[in-house]
Design a protein around this ligand. Structure first.
Ligand code: ADP
Length: 185
């Protein structure tokens, strides 16, 4: 199974992603985790990415597309994967389409986790990660609305989009996701 998991910052995507990859035995590709690891290791890409991450802005498409292109070549991706945090712009989505078309490995589904905006801001304010300062949170929500939300229509147009409500307990939400995933797996 190859899937994209989309949702705003604070939606609980990371928590649910971990449960999904465990259940379906697929690789978890989190671009946020990859970029934070690169930043902490102080690689050139990591240091460049941090200039954007610390402001709540998206890192440039060419940087993240190359990271994903390389990661998708790893053997563990052959058994399927969940993309968490990528694509986040139309340019990234188009680049991904081109890669997957070239390798003859199309996506099975794009899952959206929906959470009302007031709830997101509250959840993020409680979390306390370095990029969870109020101005940075606001900027991440703006980036989501302006740059990532258009992807929902894009994938709807390809008949790949399924949406699930992200409000409730972790287990309730997971059950909703599993119901949808089992219908395509
Ligand atoms: P969140 O979903 O909570 O905003 P992530 O951990 O997914 O956080 O990402 C943290 C930061 O990493 C983003 O705010 C952005 O700066 C950068 N980032 C992650 N994925 C991408 C991507 N696909 N394109 C551009 N920037 C990205």
């Amino acid at each position: 199974m190859r899937l994209i998991f989309i949702g705003p910052p604070g939606a609980g995507k990371g928590t649910q992603a971990a449960k999904i990859v465990d259940r379906y035995r697929i690789a978890h590709l989190s671009t946020g985790d990859m970029l934070r690891a690169a930043r902490d290791a102080k690689t050139p890409i990591g240091l460049k990415a941090d200039e954007y991450m610390s402001k709540g802005e998206l890192v440039p498409d060419d940087v993240i597309i190359e990271i994903i292109r390389e990661r998708l070549r790893d053997p563990d991706c052959g058994g399927g994967y969940l993309l968490d945090g990528f694509p986040r712009t139309l340019g990234q989505a188009e680049a991904l389409d081109a890669m997957l078309a070239a390798s003859g490995t199309p996506l099975d589904i794009v899952l959206e986790l929906r959470v009302p905006e007031e709830e997101l801001f509250q959840r993020l304010s409680r979390r306390g990660r370095a990029d969870d300062k109020p101005e940075v949170i606001r900027q991440r929500l703006v980036a989501y609305r302006n740059q990532t939300e258009p992807l929902l229509q894009y994938y709807q147009g390809k008949n790949l989009l399924r949406s699930v409500e992200g409000v409730g307990t972790v287990e309730e939400i997971f059950e909703r996701l599993v119901k949808v995933l089992d219908s395509v797996a």
